[in-house]
Design a protein around this ligand. Sequence first.
Ligand code: UDP
Ligand code: MG
Length: 383
Amino acid sequence: MTKLSIVIPTYNEEEAIEDILNRILAAKLELLDSVYRINEIEVIVVNDGSKDKTSEILRRYRDEIIIIENKKNLGYGAALKKGFDAANGEYIGFLDADGTYPPEFFKLLWKRLVETNADLVIGSRFLGEKTRMPFQRKVGNRLFAYILSWIVNRKITDTASGMRIFRKEILYRLYPLPDGLHLTPAMSAAALHEQLNIAEVPIPYEERTGSSKLNAITDGIRFLRIIINTSRIYNPLKFLGILGIFMIVLGLLLSINPISYYFQFRRVEDYQIYRLFTIMVLFVTGLNTITFGAFANYVLSMLHNREVNQNGFIGKYILSRIVLKKFNLIGWVLAALALIINYKTIIEFIMTGHIYIHWSYIITGATLFLVGVQLIMCSYLIQ
Ligand code: UDP
Ligand code: MG
């Protein structure tokens, strides 16, 4: 017995709802053809507090659809989640009520789900031949897809598509999902990080009937934030690693000048103290940030009882055990160097109570020692 539930969040869609319902009901009949092996399909419309004629129109369809009424407008994500809760099928599909997504394509999404044994099939508006998407949205959506693909190391073309089919049982791995229009990018990000089996199927995208509830700027920021926040939770090193590497590279760049000066004149000038302190702070905090990120990835893998997330360049190199072992060795070498540079001064200070050496030795020793200890600790902690 295979049952599919199709959920349609609807808010003030009097101009579009009738047409889309007719198309969905026709698509439903097609999907019930025996080749698809679906025994039953329910259509659930969540009327999200519409104030126009939507409710009236919906009532005319009450024999063919299940209607859930939200007294107040709760938002796209909230409406969808209500529909998911009410769904009785082991599979759930959803799309907008505005006529932008083609219900006729559910059968292709379904076919792909069955063929690839996918957990989630997304209708991609960027793989299809025709997309009537407003320009600024196209740019935003492309950017989000690009960012998420980079974060998870997997190509994904449409992060915010509102037409999908998925297995209901995966929901508990994706929740909590937000109430707003950013439910779709949140779902994509969580599903990718959960390493679910995801497929994309090309779909056309039409211009909307009626006006959109999406605000390009505030919703755009929400989309980006939810993608980054979800990713930060699953793979902290991806972000902390980049931040740390940036600081270390900056430190290295700032070092070029004092080092070449030293090799030319064999001395360190007093005015260079500001720069040398900055370099020390950049090296130490940069390394701190990276090792903290690496450690966070290990803690997460233990908490969730799965492989350490090593995706991405930094993850692969820093989290490999070989590099960690080297961290330990390099750490001891650096700490030893710090002592070699300064041990005479320490003994001298203990004997005479005075320090005669130039401050540059102390800063160099301090940097080497702090970085060294940090490397040793990181290696111990993770091993
Ligand atoms: N929607 C909803 N509640 C809301 C906002 C939107 O149920 O508070 C519905 C809306 O009727 C549509 C779908 O969710 O069917 C997506 O909204 P919209 O089409 O305005 O967003 P867009 O597709 O333009 O991002
Ligand atoms: Mg829409």
